[in-house]
Design a protein around this ligand. Structure first.
Ligand code: XMP
Length: 322
């Protein structure tokens, strides 16, 4: 694990950073092979390219379809990286994740279920079935900070919690981006030649849509938040905001469907201005945009009768709801 001091975006020399990390991956993996978890987010995309520079065909890049991703996302990730000359294997683990999440409502318990399914079950199996002994992943400094501060346990943090992945899961985890924050990762992504579509992508959390479902994560509830996400991302993509999302609430409210009373579901929209996700303020969206969000979400997402907009800053809010 490559823990060190923070490298701020101002002091980041991307060429030197890339050369150092490539050499470090080569040193750690030696003549062996490694696995690389690609979700399609900025962090894992950058790690994938670093890993490829370092190991070439000795790196096996997999995209785990955990059933929690956005509409069409796993297929898009495979296609995009294929276009960059990086073959990506799509692994269907949807049932495993959904079963692990069934019946759980506590946010930290959900995160733990995702962590165990991802690292112990899915990657544990892959490692046992291959000769790979290392997993490359895109943990960044903000993930560590929030976990250590006890704000929320990020799904991808171990050593800082006293957990040795080698002992627990049977493989080591390499984290080339651990000294950077999101703005630094983007700068490295640009220097690596990633298309803007990827390195400028709005951040998306490892626990994916499960971080945006309050209460139990079921296929139906995921379907609801996934549909609302399509609309939120379409309507807010040109705002220049740091991150935006739809959240499905557990509480129901009285509304109307087809002129009759319906005790319906609520979607909360969040849209954040931020530099590095450590603090954030709600974007001052035009009221017309908010109205359009409300109109389109209730029209397109069955069962939703209420749409709200978050007006709280981080802190004390966090960016995701879970
Ligand atoms: P929060 O919700 O803690 O989010 O204010 C800060 C930033 O981190 C992302 N996020 C995660 N990223 N694993 C990740 O890789 C996680 O478990 C996780 N939880 C939140 C979030 O989307 C935001 O950009």
């Amino acid at each position: 694990m490559n823990m060190g001091r923070e490298i701020t975006v101002a002091e980041l020399d991307t060429d030197r950073f890339i050369a150092t990390q490539v050499a470090e991956i080569q040193r750690a993996v030696g003549q062996g092979t490694a696995l690389n978890a690609l979700s399609g987010g900025v962090d894992s995309a950058v790690v994938t390219l670093l890993g490829h520079q370092a190991l070439g065909e000795r790196l096996r890049t997999v995209c785990i379809d955990n059933g929690l991703m956005r509409q069409g996302e796993p297929e898009r990730v495979v296609e995009l990286f294929g276009g960059l000359g990086v073959p990506v294997e799509l692994v269907d683990a949807r049932q495993e994740f959904l079963q692990a999440l069934a019946g759980i409502t506590d946010p930290e318990a959900k995160r733990e279920a995702i962590t165990q399914t991802f690292y112990r079950d899915v990657f544990g199996r892959m490692v046992r079935q291959s000769d790979a002994r290392h997993l490359l992943q895109g943990t960044i400094l903000t993930d560590i900070d929030e976990t250590v501060a006890g704000v929320k346990r990020q799904h991808n943090v171990f050593a800082q919690l006293g957990i040795d992945p080698q002992a627990v899961f049977g493989y080591s985890i390499l984290e080339p981006l651990i000294q950077l924050r999101k703005d630094g990762v983007r700068k490295v992504g640009a220097a690596l030649g990633l298309p803007g579509e990827i390195f400028q992508r709005v951040p998306f959390p490892g626990p994916a849509l499960a971080a945006r479902v309050i209460g139990e994560v079921t296929p139906e509830r995921l379907g609801t938040v996934r549909q609302a996400t399509v609309i939120v991302e379409r309507l807010l993509q040109d705002t220049g905001a740091f991150q935006y999302m739809a959240i499905l609430h557990e509480d129901r409210v009285t509304g109307m469907c087809d002129g009759r009373r319906a005790f319906g579901q609520q979607i909360e929209v969040r849209c954040w201005d931020s530099v590095d996700a450590r603090s954030a303020t709600p974007t001052r969206l035009p009221f017309e945009t908010l109205e359009e969000l409300g109109r389109q979400i209730v029209r397109a997402v069955p069962g939703v009768v209420s749409v709200t907009y978050n007006i709280t800053t981080k802190p004390p809010s966090t960016i995701e709801a879970i």
